[in-house]
Design a protein around this ligand. Structure first.
Ligand code: IFM
Length: 459
């Protein structure tokens, strides 16, 4: 392994007990989708439908982490992170989503957790990162209340096996994206295009979170959080129509998924009335106190009203096809560098986001962890990623200096992986994957982060 530093780190000093980590998810890295008794996921099926994944690929092998996890744990040790955020694949543990538990599936995570602990890296599992068991999807997936209950039973099974060694847990990853992209506009699995009829999927994921929190606490979990994706929404103009469109987008991306958890209520009564079930009762389950709140931050979004008499067709925006019938339209942000994905690089929007959250939720906001932050760039000498991480860590430090209680930061991602509808074309890793050989090669950003963490540890 190359031991030269990419560039000396001069980051501001973070607190001694600050948790540094990297994140991945099962469907994006494990592969081995037909091995060890794993059931099919909605993403296995979606990717197999043809035309869904831009480069025509699928997650069948991914980066073969299932077989190469020891090598990957070695990379984590070399990087020097305190924690590794990975996800447990629900269909590996409960192949049909409900009913029989697959002991061989749990064995894999058992081995992974032991390997991490032996390497001095804290395991931080996420219980659900979008790989809904296909058997449940065929009955409506997260549109149905039963899925939330099955999720809690699965959470209990995982905690029963790993709870003696795992201290901190994450229930869900980005329920907003699964609702909007998966059930709302069909860009992600399960490919439904229900627009606002997708809202029950939001409520049932939140309910699943609450029920899983109960199951984890009953098994003695010490510390529980969630990983929600958030970003500032900027109005395209002060015109009334643009302001209303931007506020609606903010409500759907940020407030819809934060307020039931933090305040025990939905941000809008009309919207709450569209949700199924005993919503008031469910909100009590959803809003049980969290030990910390995870934020995945990538970019701010400028939003305005749809153009009157626009093209009538969908527009491609940062990799997502936005249907023209939505009552808001994202606009390009000018004046910032862009990643290979076309996403604007705006570190100061992370400071803004954290300050907005503190202002909105005050004492109801528990300590925060940045559970994902990263960028897609090609190449081994990824100086753009170094600049991205450096800028965002400075922006994070600024929010902390202004009094926001942030306890940790996780880079997305440890290694290049299956980037959902984009396939393998978007490379978010600190470690390069050669998809022909599956060889792992640390990039310049890996060495930069390793050196920065060593520097922080020197105190
Ligand atoms: O790869 C994804 C991850 O699964 C969820 N958060 C955003 C990442 C980059 O798009």
């Amino acid at each position: 392994m190359d031991t030269t530093s990419a560039r000396p780190s001069s980051l501001p000093r973070f607190p001694r007990n600050f948790l540094w980590g990297v994140s991945t998810s099962a469907q994006q890295i494990e592969g081995a989708v037909g091995e060890g008794g794993r059931g099919r996921s909605a993403w296995d099926v979606f990717a197999g439908e043809g035309g869904r994944i831009k480069d025509g690929s699928d997650p069948g092998v991914a980066v073969d982490h299932y077989h190469r996890y020891r090598e990957d744990v070695g990379l984590l040790r070399e990087l020097g992170v305190g924690a590794y955020r990975f996800s447990v694949a629900w269909p590996r543990v409960v192949p049909d989503g409900s009913g029989a538990v697959n002991a061989a599936g749990l064995d894999f995570y058992d081995r992974l957790v032991d390997a991490l602990l032996a390497a001095g890296v804290e395991p931080l599992p996420t219980l659900f990162h979008w790989d809904t068991p296909q058997a449940l999807e065929e009955h409506g997936g997260w549109l149905r209340r039963e899925t939330a209950e099955h999720f809690a039973a699965y959470a209990d099974a995982v905690a029963a096996r790993l709870g003696d060694r795992v201290r901190r847990w994450i229930t869900l990853n980005e329920p907003a994206e699964l609702t909007l992209l998966g059930y709302g506009i069909g860009q992600h699995a399960p490919g439904r295009q229900l627009v606002f009829d997708a809202l029950p999927a939001a409520h049932h994921q939140l309910l699943g979170h609450g029920l899983a929190v109960q199951a984890l606490r009953a098994r003695g979990a010490e510390s529980i959080g969630i990983a929600n994706s958030h970003g500032p929404t900027w109005r395209a103009s002060d015109e009334e129509a643009d302001a209303a469109a931007a506020d609606l987008y903010d409500l759907l991306l940020n407030r819809l998924f934060a307020e039931p958890l933090l305040l025990g209520r939905y941000p809008d009564e009309g919207l709450a009335a569209m949700l199924p079930g005993p919503v008031a009762e469910d909100l009590k389950v959803i809003s049980q106190p969290l030990d910390w709140y995870g934020i995945n931050y990538y970019q701010p979004t400028v939003v305005g009203a749809p153009e009157p008499g626009g093209s009538g067709g969908p527009t491609d925006f940062g990799g997502v096809r936005i249907p023209s019938e939505l009552p808001f339209a994202p606009r390009e942000i000018e004046g910032y560098p862009r990643t290979d994905f076309g996403w604007p690089v705006v570190p100061e929007a992370l400071t803004e986001l954290l300050l907005t959250f503190r202002e909105r939720y005050g004492a109801s906001l528990p300590p925060v962890m940045i559970t994902e932050n990263g960028c897609a760039y090609n190449g081994l000498d990824d100086h753009e990623r170094i600049a991205f991480l450096d800028g965002h860590l400075r922006a994070l430090h600024e929010a902390m200096a202004a009094g926001v209680d942030v306890r940790g930061y996780f880079v997305w991602s440890l290694m290049d992986n299956f980037e959902w509808a984009e396939g393998y074309a978007r490379r978010f890793g600190l470690v390069h994957i050669d998809y022909a050989t599956l060889a792992r090669t640390p990039k310049a950003s890996f060495r930069w982060l390793r050196d920065a963490l060593r520097d922080q540890a020197r105190g």
